[in-house]
Design a protein. Structure first.
Length: 130
């Protein structure tokens, strides 16, 4: 469970971090000023995932708020992806695979993050150890 969550969080860190770098660095100075606020969204998502990875492997103190915030953000992302998928039409074969797998992966990541948050909140574990 911990390894799967780590893998999914690492994929999100790579994707969201890359999006933030491209948004800030690929537009020049005027583009950076204009898109700076939007670049904080993927950067914040990458930061939350890094906090979760660090807590999972005992490198930093587990922050229950980071787990809860990430679970909520994942739920919002899944809802948006499902709405977009339904809007595209569920009968297109290649789109089902292209949208369905990432949606399922983020839903699993959100569920695992929520389960770890619940363990932290109930005091079942003080710190997530390897």
């Amino acid at each position: 469970m911990k390894i799967l969550l780590t893998i999914l969080c690492a994929i999100v860190v790579l994707f969201a971090g890359g999006c933030a770098v491209i948004m800030v660095g690929g537009m020049g100075l005027s583009g950076t000023i204009m898109s700076g606020g939007f670049a904080l969204l993927p950067a914040g998502l990458a930061f939350l995932n890094v906090l979760v990875i660090g807590a999972l492997w005992g490198k930093i103190k587990a922050q229950p708020g980071a787990f809860l915030a990430l679970a909520i953000v994942d739920a919002i992302i899944v809802i948006i992806m499902l709405a977009l998928w339904a809007d595209m039409g569920l009968n297109s074969g290649s789109d089902n695979l292209l949208v369905g797998l990432p949606t399922l992966a983020i839903a699993i990541k959100g569920l695992l993050t929520f389960l770890y948050w619940r363990e932290l909140r109930t005091g079942g574990i003080d710190r997530i150890t390897p």
